[in-house]
Design a protein around this ligand. Structure first.
Ligand SMILES: [Zn+2]
Length: 167
């Protein structure tokens, strides 16, 4: 355990990559046969891992980053400071486009991302990203209120849907 918060943590990439490879055994990938394991370091020193979880309805498949980010939230939240993911051969692979957005949300521009081209920052692998600050600029900061806060758009959709019920 480290008392040093956030950016002062120095990621042990060897250990992180090993954790990602270990997470591969939890992958559920009967359709593609392409298992992925992911590992990340949180700003309080927590190690998070994830694996992909496929679905017979292919589009509903969850990438390894999905379970990793869920693990982050379910174990107390915080910020990701270093991330890696691995294929079944142990090669470092890149997060897909969708998951780069997930990582941006929970790590921001400074998140260190292990890539086949070396360790890069999140803003190098997702330039000009859309993020919480874009929502805050328009709705006066309500996006910063955190989980559990119903977005105005969701409420509007709810009442609109109710109004369209057949009578
Ligand atoms: Zn993905």
């Amino acid at each position: 355990m480290s008392g040093a918060p956030g950016r002062s943590l120095r990621p042990d990439w060897t250990a992180l990559r090993a954790a990602a490879r270990d997470a591969l055994r939890f992958a559920y990938a009967p359709y593609s046969g392409y298992a992925v394991g992911a590992a990340a370091l949180a700003d309080d020193g927590r190690l998070l891992t994830g694996a992909n979880v496929e679905n017979s309805a292919y589009g509903v498949t969850l990438c390894a980053e999905c379970s990793l980010v869920s693990a982050l939230a379910m174990s107390g939240g915080g910020r990701l400071v270093a991330f890696t993911c691995s294929d079944a051969d142990g090669r470092v692979i890149m997060a897909c486009g969708r998951c780069r957005q997930l990582l941006w949300e929970h790590g921001g521009a400074d998140l260190l991302v292990d890539t086949p081209r070396g360790v890069l920052t999140m803003d190098q692998v997702l330039p000009q990203a859309f993020g919480p600050e874009d929502l805050a600029r328009v709705n006066g900061g309500r996006a910063a209120a955190g989980p559990g806060t119903a977005a105005p758009a969701a409420r509007d959709l709810g009442s609109e849907a109710h109004g369209e019920e057949p009578s």
